[in-house]
Write a protein that binds this ligand. Structure first.
Ligand code: AMP
Length: 356
């Protein structure tokens, strides 16, 4: 007897895939659920690597780690408006679908050729905003009304202080992604260390049955942490932008030399930022680069609260954020960076590991 209930079904011969690959392109929640179901029954391990696209080697390192340990890797590509503040760079955030597709297909071939992997990239989840926010996008204002996940107080300090809607947006979209993909493991980069603390809280407090895996920060040769936002820097600001990493390394050196108190450790970082800024300000306006330090922090690795002294048994997180200001006096033909070289906020961190 025919069922009175209706359901939509897909034509399996028209499954969308990335060019020259087996990687499925999934655009709807329903298509992910349909893809996921047999892997639950077969007890295959599914990993999720959430990204906002504009893929670089940092993202690819997470996918490599996921493929080593899981049968299937799902990469989400979604620029989540909820984690951008009203005055932030949502409209100019680099969207590079073709290059991302190419990078994923190339990486998937590399994974196939390397015998050490359990899995490959099985699918890309690239939803639209109406798909992710079925009740309508609630807006980017601090007091926007809607269904949000907030993780406090850890989401309110440091990055959360400078960007008050950021972790609410991240936690909300990750909760959605985790519910859609139902991954066994989720992969995040240490580059966004406070985000990893927020996500671990989310998983713990909402009993999400996934393991959170944190992978090391991928860096350029000069130490700059890879970031999708580095394309905004342009040729003048790019070399100076290593100042944050150099400052954090100096603070780490002070710790390794025996300092345990906040003043001594952070003074080493501040000396680097002060010296570099002084060097730059001695140059002519058409040559120099200006930046502002947003914060440099020495925090508890469990909750990101500021420490006055480091307990070596627990370790600590050294982190910071700087604002690279737009260049003065742009010169004819100067490469100013993506979108004309706007203000770029860069973050980085170094973990002081707990002693054995
Ligand atoms: P995003 O696309 O910026 O939201 O980043 C997606 C994921 O990639 C997050 O888990 C980031 O922490 C991670 N990620 C970004 N940059 C790096 C990097 N340089 N090294 C390692 N992971 C990174």
């Amino acid at each position: 007897m025919a069922s009175a209930c209706s359901s939509s079904s897909s034509n399996r011969s028209t499954l969308e895939r990335l060019p020259n690959s087996q990687i499925r392109i999934l655009r709807t929640v329903e298509s992910v659920r349909r893809w996921r179901r047999p892997h639950t029954l077969d007890q295959r391990m599914v990993a999720l690597v959430p990204t906002m696209g504009a893929l670089h080697e940092g993202h690819l390192s997470l996918i490599r780690a996921a493929a080593r340990e899981n049968h299937h890797v799902v990469v989400s590509l979604y620029v989540n408006p909820a984690q951008f503040g009203v005055r932030e760079d949502l409209s100019s955030y680099p969207v590079t679908w073709d290059a991302d597709a190419e990078a994923l297909v190339k990486l998937d071939r590399e994974l196939a050729d390397d015998g050490n992997n359990l899995g490959r990239i099985s699918a890309v989840f690239a939803p639209t905003t109406p798909e992710m926010y079925p009740g309508g996008f609630p807006g980017q204002e601090v007091d926007s009304k809607g269904s949000f996940v907030t993780i406090t107080p850890v989401g309110e300090v440091l990055e959360g202080k400078s960007r008050p809607t950021f972790f609410r947006g991240v936690a909300t979209v990750c909760m959605k992604l985790f519910n859609i993909v139902q991954p066994d493991r989720v992969y995040f980069g240490q580059k966004d260390v406070q985000q990893t603390v927020v996500i671990k809280r989310l998983v713990r407090d909402f009993m999400i049955p996934a393991e959170v895996v944190v992978c090391p920060t991928a860096r350029a040769e000069d130490g700059l942490a890879l970031s999708s936002r580095n394309v905004y820097l342009g040729e003048r600001r790019r070399p100076v932008s290593t100042v944050l990493y150099r400052a954090l390394r100096a603070a780490e050196d002070a710790y390794n030399a025996g300092a345990r108190d906040r003043e001594t450790i952070l003074a080493a970082a501040t000396k680097v930022t002060d010296d570099v800024l002084a060097e730059q300000m001695a140059l002519a306006p058409e040559k120099r680069v200006r930046f502002e330090v947003d914060y440099i922090s020495l925090a508890d690795p469990d909750n990101m609260e500021e420490l006055s002294t480091v307990d070596p048994v627990k370790g600590a997180i050294l982190s910071g954020a700087i604002r690279m200001l737009p260049v003065e006096d742009p010169q004819p033909g100067e490469d100013l960076g993506h979108s004309g070289g706007p203000l770029v906020r860069l973050i980085d961190n170094i973990i002081i590991p707990p002693s054995a």
